[in-house]
Design a protein around this ligand. Structure first.
Ligand code: SF4
Length: 219
């Protein structure tokens, strides 16, 4: 397979029509907020990374606005400060796609690549986007660990990898070993809501990422 064909397997077309509700939402948002990104948001980082972070879906005023996962909203502030602190990112994070931040041995994607109304993709939309997630994982030859941000991300990653959800229940900080595949570590999503309610503290989030790094370092 050529590089271009491989990319098409894990990166949707800019006008991806597979989720009619989300395609309509993209069109409406283009009118409401001209100049924002609005396409399916591409993953950030290189495919030879050992760590993959999987979020839920682009935030309306974050990744959907800027075109880079978790960039421009509160969730990105916590995610990127943590990645920088733990050596998985380097440079300035300034909530802009051209801020100069680079990921180090790390890549970031979302289980659904298009912004959904009310931050909630439908089950059929996760299912439609799952082949892109599965292709993304398959295209990462050095992948050792996946950080799942939230229960939906956890469920989509397990399904994409062909594992039963009942055998690997979601739990913040939980480490799941999946045979010869990458390990999974769960975290509550680093959303403003979860941190405001103290469901997730910065210390809890850092600890979850450290669990993942310890697991892949110990292999
Ligand atoms: S969420 Fe994924 S499958 Fe659905 S329209 Fe967007 S890119 Fe296509």
């Amino acid at each position: 397979m050529t590089d271009a064909a491989e990319t098409r397997r894990h990166q949707p077309e800019s006008d991806c029509p597979l989720c009619p509700r989300l395609a309509d939402f993209r069109r409406a948002n283009r009118v409401a907020w001209p100049g924002w990104y609005h396409d399916p948001v591409p993953s950030f980082g290189t495919l030879d990374a050992r760590v993959l972070v999987v979020g839920l879906a682009p935030g309306l005023k974050g990744a959907n606005r800027t075109g880079r996962p978790f960039t421009g909203d509160y969730a990105g502030d916590l995610l990127y400060s943590t990645l920088i602190r733990l050596g998985l990112a380097s440079g300035p994070y300034d909530a802009r796609i051209d801020d100069g931040l680079i990921l180090v041995d790390c890549r970031i994607t979302n289980a659904a690549r298009c912004v959904p109304p009310a931050n909630k993709p439908l089950p059929a939309e996760f299912a439609a986007c799952r082949p892109f997630l599965a292709a993304e994982i398959a295209a990462m030859p050095r992948l050792r660990g996946i950080l799942c941000l939230g229960r939906e991300s956890h469920d989509q990653v397990l399904t994409a990898l062909g594992h039963r959800k009942s055998a690997h229940p979601f739990g913040h900080g939980a480490l799941h070993r999946l045979g010869s595949g990458p390990v999974l570590v769960d975290s509550y999503h680093c959303s403003r809501y979860n941190t405001n309610t103290r469901r997730l503290t910065e210390a809890m989030f850092v600890a979850a990422v450290e669990t993942l790094l310890d697991a892949i370092t110990g292999e």
